[in-house]
Write a protein of this length. Structure first.
Length: 295
């Protein structure tokens, strides 16, 4: 087993242990709350006179206990299920099966540190990761440092899928910069944007639209939120190429590119239907090479 493979396995195992500890802490806090409430009940019972009907005051307390028990039970059940899932993936990694974590697991707050420090994935076949592995080899170091700083910035318009991809791309960028002996920018404080207001989302969509309309660049292929739109554009090009003349193809792709830019600015993130993502080898030459097709 390679050193890199061992690091991946250890990271997954340590992360699983972190999640277990977190769940145990949750249980301890829950039990402490229940114990405190029980003590309150006992204290009230000790102070009730035989002829008092104040026992009815305990009903809201008992209802609170029941509600907390149900809530804590559901939280613990979900937490343990997620812990078991991470442990299963850690075991699979140890056995040589490097399956990626499901998005809902990878994006869990307990895995945030792993997401930020994960090793680079040099074998995944998704178009965005393959394209980025190609791109960083020829990009300038200073440019990559700037890109990594922006990849580290949480986005107010992202989804769990976009966040997971963002920090996968960042891991590749970080490894490339580190391999060149350049200093790395500081890690972010978190992966989820604190300001997700309508103003922040509007500004972010406008920035992404400008990036899209500018055409091919290192920054474009580094942007996780635009990866699904690049997939969509590549598929449209692939399906029309060879079926119509070059002039008509260029005109259609230019119109599509402009329409996608408008939709991005309006807050949409156009993408292919689920399960129809572009494969690694299906690269969009229209976006990448022909600037005349930009709006």
């Amino acid at each position: 087993m390679t050193t890199e493979g061992s690091d991946v396995i250890m990271a997954a195992v340590l992360d699983a242990l972190t999640m277990v500890q977190g769940q145990l802490d949750t249980i301890a806090k829950s039990n402490a709350r229940i114990e405190a409430t029980h003590k309150d009940i006992l204290h009230r019972l000790d102070t009730i006179d035989a002829g008092q009907a104040g026992v009815t005051d305990l009903v809201p307390v008992l209802e609170t206990i029941l509600g907390r028990l149900i809530e804590d039970r559901d939280v613990n059940r979900a937490g343990f299920a997620k812990t078991a899932e991470v442990a299963a993936f850690a075991y699979a990694a140890a056995m040589g099966n490097r399956m990626p974590l499901p998005v809902e697991v990878a994006d869990d707050p307990l895995l945030e540190r792993f997401m930020l420090l994960q090793p680079p994935d040099h074998v995944a076949e998704g178009r965005a990761l393959v394209e980025w592995r190609r791109t960083i080899k020829s990009a300038g170091t200073a440019e990559l440092v700037d890109v990594l700083s922006r990849q580290y910035e949480p986005s107010p318009t992202d989804t769990p899928e976009a966040r997971v991809l963002r920090y996968q791309l960042a891991a590749l960028t970080r490894a490339e910069i580190d391999g060149r002996g350049e200093a790395l920018p500081a890690l972010p404080h978190g992966t989820v944007a604190q300001d997700r207001s309508s103003q922040a989302r509007k500004a972010r969509s406008e920035d992404l639209a400008r990036l899209w309309r500018a055409g091919p660049s290192v920054a474009l292929f580094a942007e996780a939120e635009l990866a699904p739109t690049l997939d969509l554009f590549a598929k449209a090009e692939r399906e029309r190429e060879g079926t119509i003349g070059e002039a008509q193809l260029s005109a259609e792709l230019a119109a599509l590119h402009g329409d996608l830019g408008d939709r991005i600015e309006a807050g949409e993130r156009p993408s292919l239907p689920t399960g129809r993502e572009t494969n690694a080898g299906e690269r969009s030459s229209a976006i990448e090479a022909d600037n005349s097709r930009r709006r």
